[in-house]
Design a protein around this ligand. Structure first.
Ligand code: UD1
Length: 417
């Protein structure tokens, strides 16, 4: 079992290149199934979740080539529409293959992604949308058998702007006749990136990034080449590392527009942020100030994926900060681990965390409960006195490419054992 060993208390001074976005890469890899040809995807991060998506593509019959950060998917020979439970469970977001398989084959047989990591994560919005597009879905014993005698365009209003449901509808629409309209669609940059890829393949999509997305039927998609957007969540993680450890960090390859929901929070803590040609430089103050209130919201609100790392950095700030988690029910599992490091945090009603900033955190033996929660422990460890050991780092490897290498480049003392 691998773990990270971090010696805290050392100010950062270094530069790191930002990886491609996991949450963009995964739906775009499944979108490759809708193309009866070759998709060349650049800036694809090297993550265990990406490897899991590639295994699914291979199982379906696609040919895969991985050359550094470029993945080439030849889906012309795809010949099956089932995904075994083992592959579905390797990665929760495997559910976005559902819409892609339906578009390509008119059928899909998958298991529910299930499990409980950060909340219940139901897929009711995905299923009701696909049903309204003329898909018959039989759910029994965790198995989802989906069939259609022709996907139909539909007007779909989402009760919540779910990222995954929006992606599944966009993907299914690639095989539908007519114009599909999604109202209350997710507006995340990853939705815009998926639309950009599908458009490069010949799809007609309007309004991605806004609340109403219109997708015209496109019977045949052509081969295309696409570059994945930078990972805004990993960018915010590096920023939190600098804020927590102190010092200066340069992050190369950021998209500032995608970071607009998080930058004001860092500025409120007293961090100075400047940008030059897609390179962000963050300079931490001697002691961070508290942030009165942070609420996670759908984009362009503050991202739930950055909640844990912000909490870790605020643990050592001056004053009381309050974080409300509005997206997932169970996303404070890092709190007991931060408390082991000396943080003073109490959770009220499961959804609100009150962080009383302490002067010092101390190194401890802690364990990642999920991907971003694991990153939060690394953030806290960099600002803590002494040595921290972070276990269960397979969660971190799902979404952060070689975190120890990136943080070493920023000047941290960190190693993987
Ligand atoms: C995606 C991201 C994840 C991020 C999340 C919210 C990927 C691979 N993952 O997850 O990192 O934290 O967006 O920004 O892109 N919901 C329902 N019914 C549904 C679908 C969702 O009730 O059918 C609820 C969920 O339980 C959750 C909320 O809606 O409470 C948001 O979920 P959603 O936007 O769908 O997140 P994911 O696509 O799973």
């Amino acid at each position: 079992m691998e773990r990270l060993v971090i010696s805290g208390g050392k100010k950062l001074d270094g530069k790191v290149s930002l990886q491609g976005s996991k949450n963009s890469a995964l739906p775009i890899l499944s979108a490759a199934v809708t193309v009866n040809g070759i998709s060349i995807i650049h800036n694809c991060p090297d993550l265990t979740d990406v490897t899991a998506a590639l295994k699914i593509l291979e199982h379906i019959g696609c040919k895969i080539k991985r050359e550094g950060h470029t993945v080439i998917v030849d889906a012309s020979c795809a010949n099956r529409f089932d995904i075994p439970e083992k592959l579905m469970r390797e990665m929760r977001s495997s559910i976005v293959f559902l819409g892609a398989l339906l578009a390509r084959f008119g059928a899909a047989c998958v298991t529910s992604p299930g499990g409980c990591e950060i909340g219940l994560r139901p897929i009711d919005l995905h299923l009701s949308a696909l049903r309204s597009m003329n898909t018959y879905i039989n759910e029994s014993g965790g198995l989802l058998q989906c069939e259609t005698d022709g996907l139909c365009a539909a007007n779909i209003t989402l009760a919540f702007p779910s990222v995954g449901a929006t992606e599944n509808i966009m993907l299914a629409s690639m095989g539908a006749s007519g114009e599909t309209v999604i109202t209350n669609a997710a507006r995340e940059p990853e939705i815009v990136d998926l639309a950009k890829f599908l458009k490069a393949c010949g799809a007609e999509i309007y309004g991605a990034g806004q609340s109403v997305i219109r997708i015209k039927s496109q019977k045949k998609l052509r081969s295309a080449e696409h570059t994945i957007i930078p990972d805004r969540i990993v960018a915010s993680t590096f920023m939190a590392c600098a804020a927590s450890a102190g010092g200066v960090a340069a992050i190369d390859g950021v998209c500032m527009e995608h970071l607009s929901p998080v930058v004001p929070v860092f500025e409120t803590t007293g961090c100075e942020i400047s940008v030059n040609n897609n390179e962000l430089i963050i300079k931490a103050p001697e002691r961070l100030l508290r942030v009165k209130s942070v609420r996670t919201m759908p984009y362009p609100g503050f991202p739930t994926d950055s909640q844990a790392i912000i909490m870790a950095m605020l643990a050592k700030s001056k004053g009381t900060s309050i974080i409300s988690e509005k997206i997932f029910e169970n996303r404070f599992r890092h709190v007991p681990e931060l408390i082991k490091m000396g943080a003073d945090i109490r959770v009220e009603d499961g959804r609100v965390a009150v962080i009383e900033g302490v002067k010092k955190l101390r190194g401890a033996h802690v364990s990642s409960s999920d991907l971003r929660g694991g990153c939060a422990l690394a953030v806290a460890a960099l600002g803590a006195d002494g040595k921290t050991v972070v276990d269960e780092i397979h969660h971190i490897d799902r979404g952060c490419e070689a975190l120890e290498k990136s943080l070493s480049a920023l000047g941290a003392e960190i190693k993987r054992e």
